[in-house]
Design a protein around this ligand. Structure first.
Ligand code: 2P0
Length: 351
């Protein structure tokens, strides 16, 4: 028996992924870019044991066993990492070295999030990244993150970005086999320590439309998505990378808010429309714009972004974060649905 434990962080996109050109290989319709959040407060922790006595692959999620017999995405990750392990074992034996036949053993996976599931934060990115990274460690595979990101991508698209800390691009690639659809680090977490993120939990209810299902309805029905893919995202990716390299909060903030808004516009352009924002989300958008308009030196002080749900993430330079937390707490004091506002998270490295 061999056991390994690893953690992987959550990432929040500032240029959003929404739409697949290949649903089984999980190949996106556009590039995306995200910021990895500190693992101190938000991470998935995964322990995997492999044993010749296990009779099937099994998964326990937050302490409860899940039926994974029909979970194609997990099996993709098992299949890909086992194939690499089998090649490694063959190579070792060819050199006359002894190696445990781990590629033929079944695994037991225990995964838990250290953030409350009630926070309503997407856990698939950190969860699937943790799964693939832990399998790689268990099987003594290379931990070249871009290489592993192609496997994590097949577990959940956004998971490929959680293999890196800092600022991470998922390049959509153009190959039909997905070999060039992978994550690359734009800048490490140490590059911009002044940037902080505040996660505002507006609702802990499970979202009505899953990302996987919602985005394919958008691909099928939204003319605005075609404009976004062809005209908007390629230019924004270039501008966003440069803004990060220059630590240019003004450009970073404008692009982040615009891209969040266009993502939600594309959801509204889907037939039937997908509504992820609620009244509280919209009030937070208004608050951030008012706060920026009131900036004494005219510079932006905060930027919001929303994923496939009503919860806000507010990025801001450290000097403004205290005031932002006070403002948010003043205007949205623990609503009846159990809202709360978390502390800012320093952006740290993965693994
Ligand atoms: C993102 N989201 O870039 C975007 C923004 C939600 C909104 O990636 O089907 O859970 O597993 O590839 O990765 C959510 O989609 O979807 C997502 P699958 P995933 O972060």
């Amino acid at each position: 028996m061999k056991t390994v434990t690893c953690t992987a962080p959550v990432n929040i996109a500032v240029i959003k992924y929404w739409g697949k050109r290949d649903t089984s290989l999980i190949l996106p319709t556009n590039d995306s870019l995200s910021v990895t959040l500190s693992q101190d407060i938000l991470h998935s922790k995964t322990t995997i044991s492999a044993s010749e006595t296990f009779t099937s692959d099994r998964l326990w999620l937050n302490g409860k066993e899940e039926d994974i017999t029909k979970n194609k995405r997990m099996h993709n990750c098992f299949r890909e990492t086992r194939a690499l392990r089998a090649a490694f074992e063959e190579e070792e034996r060819r050199h006359g070295r002894e190696v445990a036949p781990l590629s033929t053993w079944k695994v037991h996976v225990c995964s838990e999030n250290n953030f409350p599931t009630a926070a309503g934060l997407a856990s698939s990115a950190s969860g699937l990244a943790a799964l693939v990274f832990t399998l790689a460690k268990l099987f003594d595979l290379s931990t070249n993150m871009s290489y592993l990101s192609r496997i994590a991508r097949q577990g959940s698209g956004s998971a490929c970005r959680s293999l890196f800390g800092g600022f991470v691009a998922w390049e959509m690639g153009s190959e039909a086999d997905g070999s060039d659809s992978l994550a690359v680090q734009v800048a490490p977490e140490s590059h911009w320590p002044d940037l902080q993120a505040l996660i505002c939990v507006v609702s802990d209810a499970k979202k009505g439309t899953s990302s996987t299902e919602g985005m394919q309805n958008t691909v099928k029905t939204s003319p605005l998505l075609q404009h976004r893919i062809k005209e908007v995202v390629p230019a924004r990716m270039k501008q966003m990378k440069q803004a990060i390299l220059d630590r240019d909060f003004e450009t970073f903030a404008n692009l982040t808010m615009q891209d969040s808004n266009q993502f939600h516009a594309v959801c509204l352009d889907t037939l039937p429309p997908i509504f992820y924002l609620n009244d509280t989300s919209r009030a937070i958008i208004k608050l951030v714009h008012e706060y920026n308009n009131a900036s004494p030196d005219g510079k932006l002080r905060a930027a919001y972004t929303f994923d496939a749900g009503p919860n806000a993430v507010i990025y801001a330079p450290k000097e403004h974060m205290k005031e932002i937390i006070q403002l948010v707490a003043h205007y949205f004091p623990g609503a009846a649905d159990g809202s709360y506002f978390a502390d800012p998270y320093r952006i740290l490295q993965s693994n």
